[in-house]
Design a protein around this ligand. Structure first.
Ligand code: GFB
Length: 321
């Protein structure tokens, strides 16, 4: 495997730095000595606009790109707005990947999601199960867009020989997450609801679905470390999984969140809300063999995320720009 070196003084564009993933990547890359980091907010650069993206790459000429910009959301957002998830993500990826190739970006990391794998993939899910079965319907539009991104990266490698790679993280959480009560992922959703319930002394808190689906949770700072590790140590067409290697049922997750926020009431399961895929535990053998392993335990990561959430609440309204 011929690895091209990652130059920390070369211009590096972090696409999506206002999001959960891009924000963590930006903080980590700055901390470890990347000294020419470029970012743009979505107001400054709409990545869905091909002309704006082309102009940006022509002017800035980044050498390395981390493509962490995406339209993301939890199970309800994905199932309610599939057209937006498909269209926005396809356009962002197409514009950035094509512009990167045209302007000679040497290293690029495309970030996807574990929902690209078939709904009933054998667990833990190996990278080679991609495109071997049907997708989970609550997020098939998002998944198809991300699968197109994986194929686009592979096609650019095959046609032009670029050192572009794709990583598939499991469900993520951490400071900087979206805590919208309806559109968010399960962890921020539960933190918000349990925190409110604890403060008003509510007798019960609603948890969506049956509580039986299992999910794996990776702290976004662990993912940020994985991003550098992969840019430095991985150069293959196949996407590579990034996870912790263990999961838990949503019921247990809810109990853990309740404990951390100090809520002592009942849990009520709203089975009119979708469960989504029954399980998506990633096989992390490949990334472990490259010398990377998640370090932040779910309990520690959750406690830290909860502290961050409380600080944000104290500082003012939660809505993100
Ligand atoms: O995190 P989540 O929305 O995403 O939901 P997915 C995970 C599980 O938690 C589901 C349950 O079984 C939900 O029904 N759940 C319980 C809740 N209470 C809540 C709550 O208050 N809010 C939320 N959101 N869920 C998403 C995909 O799937 O995962 C995306 O839709 C993406 O495409 C992302 O891949 C990582 O794990 O089901």
């Amino acid at each position: 495997m011929a690895l091209s070196t990652l130059d920390r003084s070369a211009r590096t564009y972090i696409a999506g730095h206002r999001g959960l993933v891009g924000g963590a990547v930006l903080r980590h890359f700055a901390r470890i000595g990347f000294d020419d980091l470029v970012t743009r907010t979505s107001a400054e650069l709409d990545l869905r606009d091909p002309v704006a993206v082309e102009t940006f790459f022509a002017e800035q000429q980044p050498a390395t790109v981390v493509l962490a910009a995406a339209k993301v959301g939890g199970i309800m957002a994905n199932s309610t707005y599939p057209a937006d998830f498909l269209s926005d993500n396809l356009r962002i990826q197409l514009n950035v990947l094509d512009a990167a190739a045209r302007h000679g970006v040497t290293k690029l990391l495309f970030l996807g999601s574990s929902c690209i794998y078939p709904k009933y993939a054998e667990q833990p899910i190996r990278e080679d199960s991609l495109l071997t079965g049907l997708l989970e319907p609550t997020n098939d539009a998002y998944a198809i867009a991300k699968i197109a991104g994986v194929l686009h990266v592979q096609a650019l490698r095959r046609q032009y020989g670029f050192h572009y790679i794709s990583a598939m993280p499991t469900n993520l959480y951490g400071p900087g997450d979206n805590f919208d009560p309806v559109g968010s992922h399960v962890l921020p959703g539960l933190i918000r609801r349990f925190d409110e319930a604890a403060r008003v002394g509510a007798e019960s808190v609603t948890v969506w679905g049956t509580g039986t689906p299992r999910r794996e949770f990776l702290h976004v700072d662990d993912l940020a470390r994985a991003c550098v590790h992969l840019l430095e140590n991985y150069d293959e067409p196949e996407p590579i999984n990034v996870g912790v290697g263990e999961d838990l049922p949503i019921r247990e997750l809810a109990q853990l969140v309740a404990e951390i926020v100090g809520y002592r009431g009942e849990l009520a399961f709203d089975t009119s809300k979708p469960d989504g895929t029954p399980r998506k535990l990633l096989d992390v053998g490949k990334i472990h063999s490259l010398g990377w392993k998640a370090q932040i335990s779910l309990r520690d990561g959750l406690s830290e995320t909860y502290r961050w959430y409380r600080q944000q609440l104290a500082a003012g309204p939660l809505e993100r720009g």
